[in-house]
Design a protein around this ligand. Structure first.
Ligand SMILES: Cc1cc2nc3c(=O)[nH]c(=O)nc-3n(C[C@H](O)[C@H](O)[C@H](O)COP(=O)(O)O)c2cc1C
Length: 271
């Protein structure tokens, strides 16, 4: 069987998951092709027996690049799709919502599930969750790996499962989806650069999925209007010069999530 997987990743959790999934599935004799959503078109739909979409959950919704892609997908003609979200705490009804969108296009969305991964948002004003320490992260990855094996087996066996249908998931899912856009518009205004710390290395410019950052010799990183608050620049800045509000200068309190490690590096979209 050939499985094409579309994915988006900001801080590497989803990239680690798709690489693990590829390993698990290929060990069972199948072929997996990975397609990164910012740099790929719609070619992931063709030449396969099954499509997987892996995404980090953003406020019970898909990240913008994946949303754009799903909206552009043409007629499904009964093609099989599975949706796997990864979140820190709560996935809501993300998969259920996008299952309906895909079913209206004629896809057979047979499997929807989610895994828990480390949180990648730790900013002033959003004190609900903290980036876990290394031991806790290792535990989360071990549990995710074991659950991912179950997911891969179920998908290969063609089992049906739809996660996120409870009234609680539906209600809070809808609420989160409604609030995410205003929250994004509000939060993106707080991105700034500590120009004294900034080394002008340009990493934030290279990894921004929206090409929203320019580097100014005097001011350091300058942020445009297209931020989708993916938090890549904030988390991966080598000297933590990217701030979300001045309060985040306290980087012990607002610990950045530096990604899963394990050979995973932030995707660089440009040179
Ligand atoms: C904009 C944004 C919104 C998020 N919303 C949620 C959420 O609603 N629920 C949750 O549990 N985690 C949420 N997260 C956390 C991520 O889904 C989680 O850390 C994920 O594993 C990150 O994957 P990545 O490293 O591949 O980007 C959010 C992260 C970001 C950047």
């Amino acid at each position: 069987m050939v499985i094409n997987i579309l994915y988006f990743t900001s801080t590497g959790n989803t990239l680690w998951l798709v690489q693990q999934a590829r390993k698990i599935i290929e060990e069972k004799g199948h072929t997996v092709n990975l397609f990164e959503s910012v740099t790929t078109g719609l070619e992931f739909i063709e030449n396969c027996d099954m499509i997987g979409i892996f995404y980090p959950v953003w406020g019970s919704d898909l990240p913008d690049p994946v949303k754009d892609q799903v909206r552009r997908m043409q007629e499904g003609r009964g093609r099989k799709i599975f949706l796997i979200g990864d979140c820190a705490v709560f996935t809501g009804d993300t998969g259920v919502y996008w299952k309906k969108v895909l079913e209206r296009k004629g896809y057979d969305v047979f499997y929807v599930d989610h895994l828990t991964m480390p949180i990648n948002i730790n900013i002033p004003g959003w004190n609900l969750w903290k980036v876990p320490d290394k031991d806790k992260q290792d535990k989360i990855f071990a549990e995710a790996e074991s659950y991912l094996k179950e997911i891969c087996s179920s998908v290969l066996e063609g089992k049906r499962k739809i996660d996120g249908t409870s009234p609680f998931s539906r209600l809070f899912g809808v609420l989160q989806r409604v609030l995410l856009a205003p929250f994004t518009n509000y939060a993106k205004k707080f991105f700034m650069c500590d120009s004294e710390k900034c080394t002008r290395c340009g990493l934030c410019y290279r990894i921004c999925p929206k090409n929203n950052i320019t580097i100014d010799e005097d001011k350091g990183a300058i942020f445009g209007k297209d931020c989708i608050i993916c938090m890549k620049c904030y988390n991966f800045c080598p000297v933590n010069a990217v701030l979300v509000d001045k309060g985040s200068r306290d980087d012990k309190r607002y610990r950045r999530y530096k990604g899963p490690g394990r050979g995973i590096h932030p995707i660089e979209y440009r040179k």
